[in-house]
Design a protein. Sequence first.
Lengths: 283, 281, 347
Amino acid sequence: MIKENISILTPAQILQRHKIGRYLYRTLIIVLCAWVLLPLYLLFVNALSSSKAVNSFPKNFVPEFDFESLIFFSQFAGMTSALSNSIKVAVITMIMSIVIGAPAGYALSRFDFRGKSTFRLLILLTRAFPLPLLALPLAVLFIRTGLDDTIFGLALVHTTLALPFAVLITFSIFSGVPIELEEVAWTLGCNRLTGFTKVVLPLILPGIAASAIFAFVISWNEVFAAAVLTVENRTLTAFLLQNLDTSPLHLKFAGGFILVIPALIFIFAVRKYLFAMWGIANR
Amino acid sequence: MNAKSLPYILILPVTVFLGVFFIYPFILVSQQAFQSGAGVGLSNFENVFSHWKFPISLKNTLYLAAAVVPLQLGLALLMAVLVTKMQRGRDLVIYIWTIPLGISDLAAGIIWLVIFDQSGFLNSIMQSVGAIDRPINLLSYQSPGLVFLAIALAEIWRATAIILVILVAGIGLIPKEYYEAAEVFGANGWQRFLRVTLPLLRPSLSTALVLRVILAFEVFAVVQALGGTLFPVLMSETFKYQFELLDSGGAAALALVVLAISITATVAITRILRVPKGATL
Amino acid sequence: MAEIKVKNIAKTFGGYKALSDINLTVADQEFVVLLGASGCGKTTLLRIIAGLESASEGEIWIGDRRVDHLPPKDRGIALVFQNYAIFPHLSVFENIGFGLRMKKLPETEIETRVKRTAEMMHIEQLLQRYSGEISGGQRQRVAVARALAMEPDVILMDEPLSNLDALLRLEMRAELKGILAQSKTTAIYVTHDQVEAMSLADRISVMNGGRIVQAAPPIDVYRNPANKFVAGFLGNPPMNFLPATKGEKGKWYVSEMPFDGPNTYLTNLEFAIRPEDCVLSAQGLRAMVQVIEPLGPHQLVTCNISGSMFRVILESDTALSIGQFIRLEPKKDRICWFDPTTGKSTS
């Protein structure tokens, strides 16, 4: 019994349908790429324009490549120190989250121990929690311990933000190195430590680097805690936030530009590991 | 080094760190929310709830989340399906679409300010097509709808990548044999999407939704950049309580409100998108 | 170059007893195969000897040293894994020489040994390649070379041929046997493949349920299995079992045919004979032909003897038809008898 709802198309019609389908498909992809890239481009235009152009109307769609805005930005009071603060906090966060998080990632991938699932739950919980809210009580705690308004203090909070990601990414990286490689090394004259340094470490360095960069980006971009915890030693994000009401447009745009550029580079560097992290976390 | 104790030694730093910088502050916030000059009680909550800005900020936060998250989910699904089929250029497209992941929410707000500002690109375009003569102040209290739109657009632009990454990873886990079997049994592309992709994506959808919703309730910097005081949300109010009103009890109370709606949403989403035991990949 | 003594080894994982009461002595330069199905404990035993797991009870001696408290690197062993575990970030040369570098041997010595073992395994042309650039079979050779380069007292192998395709497995089996005999190393080899075990072993140690059931040279394990499990595990197609009841004058009746059997107080036994140990004859067990499988070198005939399935291997030229009744006479010296309750041999 042949069903009536099978329609017979001629080869030409099928080809035509495929062509339309492909055309639609390609257009969609291009439109979506443009959707992401266009606003970035516009920021780019504004940042590379003179202050006059920024405030003028209508806007030109091509940048003048006038660095006046950026120069003004860099000379704005407190800006360079804000920038260096951001970098310092991000670097400390990066180092701390790897040093503290990687051992845990290794433990999760290699060992089955009592409390393992509770530990994993804790990690997941921190990711799902509105962490910036913790900045409030920590502000008080920091005042008491003298960490208030310090780079190190903010780095501690940022590390808390970045740790779950560090643990989960390193977990997925270590899981990619079969334990047999370490076991063979143990039979060939290595103890646990030398086995790790000679066999596992060379294989995971790219992944650890990606994990570190991810931590850097998280710290670099963070706004709420930075605004809450820094007063004199502002980071770039806190600086921009505080000056949102008062600063001229071209300053904001130049600041946004500086914020964005490292992110573009970093996301490019870690793109392979973005999926690894979530792929493992889903299971 | 004893092999039995090694794992515990390795997880000790993280556990201690999170204990001090996560669990402990959490306890502090909870305590502070229930404490005020008059002793232990709900007075902070009463103050906060009775403030005229509370219903507005709560409404704004919830409406924004309700508007933005479903759209992002649909958009991310579309992008995920498109990109899984790609062969050439796939890496480039994925890189472009995940760029917003690395962009601070503050930067995203600024970026969309470039467009929506009075001297911005949207006005320029509208003028060049003759829709208006002079630039309009789009982001003013006279046009709350436009403020909402600007913020919503910025959020959609910024945060869709978060969902996209989770969904692409999830789709990657679905063996293509399932699609082939469905095709052999007569399912067309749309049907395969509905009956193979979506059901098998449930765990990923659940994770992505929970994460995105929680982040949506925390929206702060984007709003500040585009709307400032025009569009109060829960986080901006929390910030104000702490720094302008110097009322940390109130700030703590609001923080717990954010936590409460986050938990409610998490529970609701995981329940709705629950997968029966054994029905997973 | 050492004797291995496994004394009273037991291993428990949580509530699960993986190994009980393991006692085994491997003579110097002997090649012992641990044979058994998945989960019988053979890999666990190997890992305990290697030092990758610790035993719950018992001792391990290699040479005249007690080693069960020593880490793997101090036991004088070398290990070949099923998945080869070749270091991806090192060249083949560096892989083979890894253990030698750990021992801090002089560079010239390392080079000599690596080249020598590479030649032995026919991979001397691959020394500068990396693991991603060579085939699975070649990786396996690198794994063996890496173990041999250490000139260990004992070489331990955990199903090293399992991941190779059938033809390669056959070639490697023969090569391995030659190389290991030549290098005069004591070897313990784990496998679930009974053909591999028969082919390679000086002695086969059959394991089941965490215990060693029988340890004897291959032909002994084949001809005189210690129990029903061993009898059924070795040999393809497997041994046939028929019920036997005691008759008068010490005779046992199998399908109404009398046989000389063991002298025992039991009244029921299991009669066992291998498919290749029966011939067509005028007197013998009466069997009805059910399935005929012409396999090339011979034909495999499945029959029915008094309700029990019975397989027999006959010459290819013998003409048979389904439903035909034939008589099969078992070779007298190949008959085995088993206690139906304990499964133990009573031959």
